[in-house]
Write a protein that binds this ligand. Structure first.
Ligand SMILES: [Zn+2]
Length: 387
C-alpha cells in the first residue's frame, strides 16, 4: 500500500512541476539505487556486444483496461500504434529527414520489430489485445493496473511477452515504463494513456510516440539529461550531448545549455510527438546490450507471433541466396503501390524506392558486394543473402 501511495504522489509531483500532461513519469518513479546497479551492468556490457545481427522481433500484448467507453480504443488505433513504433525503431519514420545536419551522423537504426502476439499463454490464438472493463477510474495511475484482483489485468508471462497496458493515467502523466532489472516481475512493462495511443487527436502526443519513448526506457535508455538536473550527470550515451533537463513543446533549433547545441529532437526528450525524430547509434547500442542482458527471453519467444496477423505486404524472395537479382511473389492480385528499402548489415540504407507491382517484384542487388541484406516492405522485413 505504501508503495502504491508513493507511486501516486510521485506522479502528481511530476504534473505539478510541468503544469501540463508530461510525456513520461520515468524520473518520478525512479529508484536510483536499483537503477545504478543495472546501469553498471549495461555500461560494462556495451562494448562487448556486436551490432551485426538479425532483426530482433519482440512479441507484444496490449491490455486495454477501460473505465469510460472512450478509453476502450479501437483495433485500428492499436495497429497504428504498432506501425509507429516499428517505423521509429527502424529509422523508417517519414520525419527522420528533419534531424539537423550536425546530428545526422549519429542517427541509429535499432532494427527492432514489434509484433502482435498471436498465441496467448495458454496456447490459444489471440489478436494480441485483451480488453477489460474496470470499476476504477484512472487505474493507470496506480499499481492496481498490474493485477486482475485489483481491477487491472495480470501480465502475460513477462519473459515471453512485452506487456503494454492502455489505461487512464490521469491528467498529468502520459506514460510510464519499468526499467530493466525490475524487482517485481508482474510489474514489468509499460502503461500508456489511451488518449495518446497510436495516431490520435492530441496536438502534443498525436503520433504514438509516448510509446516510442517508453520503449526506450524499457530497453535501458534514460532521458538525455540523465538522472539529475545538472550538467554533470550523463545519460551514459556518448553521442548524445549533455543536457540539464527536459525540453517541452516544440523548441526552435538550435538550443544551447550545458552543450552548445542540444539534441532536444531525440525520442528520449519530452518534446511533442511531431518534434522528435530519432535515436542515436549510442542509444541503439545500449538498447541492444539491454536486450542481451535483461530481455533476451523476449526475443527467443518469436513463436508468440504469427507474421500473417500483422499488417503489411507479404512477400517470398527467391532464389535466396542469389548472385544478383532477387524475385519476389506478392500476395496481392491487383496493382499496389509498394515502398521498399534495402539495408546492409550495418544498418545503412543502400537502396530505396517506390514501385507499382502486381504479384511479381524484382530487386537488383548486382551493384552491391556479397553479404546479408535486409529488405523492408511497408512494415515487414526480409532477409536476403547475396553470394
Ligand atoms: Zn521518459
Amino acid at each position: 500500500m505504501i508503495k502504491i501511495i508513493s507511486f501516486v504522489i510521485f506522479l502528481l509531483f511530476v504534473g505539478q512541476v510541468f503544469g501540463q500532461q508530461v510525456k513520461c513519469g520515468f524520473d518520478a518513479g525512479k529508484n536510483i539505487r536499483e537503477r545504478h546497479y543495472v546501469d553498471s551492468l549495461i555500461f560494462e556490457g556495451t562494448n562487448r556486444i556486436l551490432l551485426n545481427r538479425d532483426i530482433i522481433v519482440i512479441p507484444v500484448v496490449f491490455h486495454v483496461v477501460w473505465h469510460e467507453t472512450d478509453e476502450n480504443i479501437e483495433d485500428e488505433i492499436i495497429v497504428s500504434q504498432l506501425n509507429t513504433i516499428n517505423a521509429d525503431f527502424s529509422g523508417a519514420n517519414n520525419d527522420i529527414e528533419k534531424v539537423p545536419a550536425e546530428f545526422s551522423t549519429t542517427v541509429g537504426r535499432a532494427e527492432i520489430k514489434f509484433c502482435l502476439a498471436s498465441t496467448d499463454p495458454f496456447g490459444n490464438p489471440t489478436s494480441g489485445t485483451t480488453r477489460t472493463h474496470t470499476d476504477k477510474n484512472e487505474i493507470g495511475l496506480t499499481k492496481d493496473i498490474y493485477y486482475s484482483s485489483s481491477g487491472g489485468y495480470d501480465a502475460w508471462d513477462p519473459d515471453k511477452y512485452l506487456n503494454i497496458w492502455i489505461a487512464n493515467t490521469g491528467s498529468f502523466l502520459s506514460g510510464i515504463s519499468s526499467y530493466p532489472g525490475e524487482p517485481i516481475k508482474e510489474e514489468s512493462g509499460i502503461i500508456i494513456n489511451p488518449k495518446f495511443a497510436g495516431i490520435n487527436k492530441s496536438k502534443k502526443y498525436g503520433l504514438g510516440r509516448v510509446l516510442t519513448h517508453e520503449l526506450g526506457h524499457f530497453l535501458g535508455l534514460k532521458h538525455l539529461w540523465g538522472d539529475d538536473n545538472n550538467c554533470d550527470t550523463d545519460d551514459d550515451i556518448e553521442d548524445t550531448p549533455l543536457q540539464r533537463g527536459p525540453y517541452i513543446n516544440c523548441p526552435s533549433y538550435p538550443q544551447s545549455g550545458c552543450s552548445e547545441s542540444e539534441m532536444f529532437m531525440n525520442f528520449m526528450d519530452y518534446v511533442d510527438d511531431p518534434c522528435m525524430y530519432f535515436f542515436t547509434k549510442g542509444q541503439v547500442q545500449r538498447m541492444l546490450t539491454t536486450i542481451m542482458l535483461f530481455r533476451q527471453s523476449l526475443i527467443n519467444g518469436n513463436t508468440q507471433c504469427d507474421i500473417k496477423n500483422n499488417v503489411g505486404v507479404k512477400l517470398v524472395f527467391y532464389p535466396n541466396p542469389s548472385s544478383d537479382v532477387f524475385m519476389a511473389d506478392i500476395a496481392h492480385r491487383s496493382d499496389i503501390l509498394m515502398q521498399y528499402e534495402v539495408f546492409n548489415i550495418s544498418g545503412f540504407r543502400i537502396k530505396y524506392g517506390t514501385e507499382i507491382v502486381n504479384r511479381r517484384f524484382n530487386l537488383d542487388l548486382s551493384d552491391f558486394p556479397s553479404g546479408v541484406y535486409f529488405v523492408r516492405i511497408e512494415s515487414e522485413v526480409y532477409r536476403l543473402v547475396k553470394m
